[in-house]
Write a protein that binds this ligand. Structure first.
Ligand SMILES: [Zn+2]
Ligand SMILES: [Zn+2]
Length: 313
């Protein structure tokens, strides 16, 4: 009895998209596209088409399923003519291949840029004529592999943060090295606290900074070599010495800078809150200058009165 009632219910078609029944539109085409029973069994062909369009968002290859029972809709297309069929296949192949081709072009471009950079660097370091001679005599295969490794090695070398290791070692053993202590006054003994030094040591390496620094390195090495080691005859040796000197000087300065930042963090003070905001800035500046902790903060007595922030006046 109930079985036949259910059958009756299902026979009275009503579209689950627009809720119209057979009586509302006698010419509309119906479809039952999934396993659903009862009120969601039937749907207008045009209503379901619209719903599928909405789900596919313009990409007709996307599979669409019933939101209730998850049955995937079977969508049939009219048969294609042979010309359209071939064009359709070609279109699909091109669609799939394009990302790979673009990736290949990109990698190729990067590779040839690296080869060019390597060649320019060889000429820069060895001298124009000698560099050309060396490259002409070298095995082409060796050049194709060797030249692009030049920028690669420069970048990898730049990523070695040897200053951090030196600084860490120094902080550990600074008390045993009186000479260095004399050169870089170490205030370890009177640190008021140990700062969270991870921030200064492992700050995220900016990729662009590494890249620029690495690629500019041969030019800097050449310039420093010419300035400091002009007496050396060999181009290569002069540039090598210049590079080593530059890296060493820069490393020492960087270590000094980081150590000063570290001490500045270690000796910072949190002030009492004061109602009178006009007087709050000067005493702390004076106290920090007195400790000679911060080279960046300016002694208020030396400041040009016109440059003082008008809000403090
Ligand atoms: Zn409908
Ligand atoms: Zn369903």
């Amino acid at each position: 009895m109930s079985q036949s009632r259910l059958q009756q219910d299902e026979d009275r078609r009503s579209c689950w998209v627009c809720f119209a029944t057979e009586e509302d539109d006698r010419t509309a085409a119906w479809v039952r596209p999934c396993r659903c029973r009862g009120t969601t069994k039937w749907v207008h062909q045009t209503c379901l088409q619209r719903w599928v369009d909405e789900k596919q968002k313009g990409n007709s290859t996307v599979k669409v399923a019933c939101p209730q029972c998850n049955t995937e809709y079977l969508i049939l297309f009219p048969k294609l003519g042979p010309v359209v069929y071939v064009m359709d296949i070609i279109d699909r192949v091109i669609y799939k291949m394009c990302p790979f081709v673009a990736g290949g072009i990109f990698i190729g471009t990067v590779y040839w840029t690296m080869v060019t950079y390597g060649a320019v660097t060889v000429m820069q370091v060895l001298g124009h004529k000698e560099g050309l001679n060396v490259m002409e005599q070298a095995d082409p295969l060796f050049l194709l592999i060797g030249l692009p490794t030049i920028p690669l090695m420069l970048i990898l070398g730049k990523m070695v943060r040897w200053e951090d290791y030196v600084l860490r070692l120094w902080r550990k053993h600074s008390s045993k090295l009186p000479l260095i202590n004399y050169l870089f006054p170490d205030e370890h003994s009177r640190l008021s606290r140990v700062p969270a030094d991870t921030v200064t040591l492992t700050d995220p390496i900016s990729a662009t900074r590494v890249l620029c620094g690495a690629l500019v390195m041969p030019t800097i090495a050449t310039i420093v070599g010419k300035l400091m080691f002009g007496f050396v005859q060999s181009n290569f040796q002069r540039t090598l010495l210049g590079g080593i000197a530059f890296v060493a000087i820069k490393g020492v300065l960087k270590i000094y800078y980081k150590q000063q930042q570290y001490l500045r963090q270690a000796n910072r003070i949190i002030r009492d809150y004061e109602e009178d905001t006009q007087e709050t800035t000067n005493p702390i500046v004076e106290s920090q200058v007195a400790h000679s902790v911060d080279p960046h903060l300016v002694d208020p007595h030396l400041v040009d009165p016109h440059q003082v922030d008008p809000l403090q006046e």
